[in-house]
Design a binder for this molecule. Structure first.
Ligand SMILES: Nc1ncnc2c1ncn2[C@@H]1O[C@H](COP(=O)(O)OP(=O)(O)OP(=O)(O)O)[C@@H](O)[C@H]1O
Ligand SMILES: [Mg+2]
Ligand SMILES: [Mg+2]
Length: 548
């Protein structure tokens, strides 16, 4: 038997030698009958072994504990963003100033310096609401220039169904195989290197970066390996101290709508939040922002731009987009799309693809390719309409006041003429869930009255488990188990709802979906909102049903 390394040529050689042995067996002449049976048995054995070895070669990760599932399990073992927030809450240390120093050190250990990332021609986007949508629009516009820019990277957060959604190339999540391959390359490089304990006391040998930092490093590795010509980066939280701020030379920066969120990390006022977001500005990279920012926030952004020796330009909604059906629904997406136009224009101009930058005024003329890119943008879980059987689902992962108002207004305007039953499916675990429901209620009333309201946990399955990709939840397990939040939401709803919709509580998303199926024989419009974890979990449940 050929004992060489398992690779394709060796496998063929070994297969051929085994066949030869079977044929040349001396039984062939002395005992022809016995030879036939033996030969058949041996041939079957050799053939099965060949197929088995081939499988190992074709899928090397499966056999050595480096599958996509293994990668997700390993990733989930890293410190979550939630744990990070809890630590900050306990220590009162909002400004975790070590983050960036550490990011440089982790990068060094996986074989890169920050200057390697500069080659990725980066668009860096921050803001409170609309980062992901703006990033998706920008990537889709750039994707229209395939000849000059064959590969566009896109790094966003959080994910809905699968963590792969965070690292995309040409708008598509990278494959499970590629995710696992690059994941373990980064993981193993971290395992085989160390940092000086004097300089980096947190980086004790064997320790790894937290969940988000790891994914940020993985995105750089992936985009460099895949030779991406331009990359669009969404900030995780804030800007100044975010791990994506290791980006030193973006081509252009964008700031979407500012609002109050992540106050534990960023501060309680719009000024503090704006200061943090303005931390991504870099000299040499012009910055753009949407119009109608809260004035105090805009003032701080302008100061930050000056301090960083760059310009900040407000982008008005472009007239030419008024009648364009954008790939992401919702009136407010017009401002995100307009911002994306300016960001893409900068990349295309510096790459010598567009001779002139697009003029930043409401009557600017926008090239046809831009319009097609905006129309073709795909972004699940934001103002998404899904028809399933007799029901229509209206899905939006809104979880802050502004986006709840925006999403509820979108639902109200989309279904106001429909005579169908109306159902609300809501989840929010860790924020002020009652306040969000109040925003929702006042935005849809009086036009929309719900027949049923379901408050669910964000647990995916009836068995009490989460889909593996959704384990990194920012949820206190204890609260989920006791359904505390949901019970309190029911009480609150009964206070605010004059029409007295029937209220229900479910312990999982799967259960909520089953309940909805049994509520009515007639069709219903179902509004799903409150958290991206609910939306992601529901889409996973739908996928399972579709497979069945
Ligand atoms: N300009 C806007 N005004 C109000 N709501 C918005 C705006 N843009 C997006 N949203 C809403 O915000 C939510 C998240 O959208 P998106 O993913 O684009 O934003 P994000 O900034 O990436 O949010 P996240 O904090 O979840 O990462 C969605 O519910 C969307 O409908
Ligand atoms: Mg956010
Ligand atoms: Mg996002």
């Amino acid at each position: 038997m050929h004992k060489g390394k398992k690779n394709y040529p060796n496998l063929i050689t070994s297969f051929r030698m085994n066949l030869k042995k079977i044929i040349l067996n001396h039984d062939r002449f002395s005992h022809p009958e016995r030879w036939k049976t033996n030969a058949l048995l041996r041939f079957t054995f050799v053939y099965i072994k060949f197929l088995f070895d081939l499988m190992i070669i074709k899928n090397p990760l499966r056999m050595v504990g480096k599958t996509y599932r293994d990668a997700v399990t390993a990733l989930n073992s890293l410190q979550s963003n939630y744990a990070n927030i809890m630590a900050i809450r306990q220590t009162g240390d909002r400004k975790n100033t070590m983050t960036l120093l550490e990011m440089h050190e982790w990068s060094r250990r996986i074989g890169y310096s920050a200057s390697d990332f500069n080659k990725l021609n980066i668009v860096h986007i921050t803001g409170t609401k609309g980062k992901g949508s703006t990033a998706a629009f920008t990537s889709s516009i750039l994707g229209q220039y395939k000849e000059q820019l064959p590969r566009i990277g896109l790094y966003t957060s959080p994910h809905l169904k699968s963590v792969r959604e965070r690292i995309r190339i040409n708008g598509e999540p990278i494959s499970e195989e590629k995710f696992a391959k690059y994941f373990f390359e980064v993981w193993d490089r971290l395992d085989s290197t160390t940092s000086s304990l004097d300089k980096f006391p947190h980086m004790i040998p064997g320790s790894k970066p937290g969940y988000f930092k790891f994914l940020t490093l993985l995105s750089f590795h992936t985009f460099i390996q895949e030779d991406c010509k331009s990359c669009v980066y969404e900030v995780g939280v804030g800007g100044e101290l975010d791990s994506t701020n290791i980006i030193e030379k973006p081509i252009v920066c964008g700031v979407t709508l500012l609002g109050i969120d992540h106050t534990f990390m960023l501060g309680d006022t719009i000024e503090e939040i704006a200061w943090n977001k303005g931390g991504i500005f870099k000299s040499g990279a012009p910055a753009f922002t949407v119009e109608k920012q809260p004035p105090q926030g805009l003032t701080i952004l302008k100061e930050r731009a000056e301090e960083r020796k760059t310009t900040l330009t407000e982008v008005p909604p472009f007239k030419q987009l008024e009648n364009v059906k954008l790939g992401i629904a919702g009136e407010f997406q017009k401002s995100n799309a307009s911002l994306a136009v300016m960001l893409a224009s900068e990349i295309l101009h510096t790459s010598n693809i567009l001779e002139e930058k697009i003029k930043c005024s409401s009557n600017a003329s926008i090239p046809e390719k831009f319009i097609i890119g905006l129309q073709n943008t795909k972004w699940e879980g934001r103002c998404q309409v899904l028809e399933k059987g007799k029901n229509v689902w209206y899905i939006d992962g809104a979880h802050t006041k502004d986006s709840m108002v925006a999403a509820s207004t979108w639902f109200r305007d989309t279904v106001r003429l429909s005579k169908r039953k109306k159902i609300l499916l809501f989840n929010q675990q860790s924020r002020d869930a009652n306040a969000l429901v109040n925003n929702l209620y006042s935005s849809v009333s009086p036009e929309i009255t719900f027949d049923d309201v379901i408050f669910t946990t964000n647990v995916t399955w009836k068995s009490g488990s989460y889909s593996a990709d959704l384990v990194s939840m920012n949820t206190s397990q204890e609260d989920v188990e006791k359904l505390k939040v949901q019970e309190s939401l029911v009480k609150n709803w009964n206070k605010i709802d004059d029409n007295r919709a029937k209220t229900h509580v479910t312990a999982s998303i799967e259960e909520a979906n089953e309940l909805i199926e049994t509520l009515y024989d007639e069709p219903a419009d179902i509004f799903v909102t409150g958290s991206l974890h609910l939306v992601g979990g529901l889409l996973v449940v739908f996928d399972r049903i579709d497979v069945k």
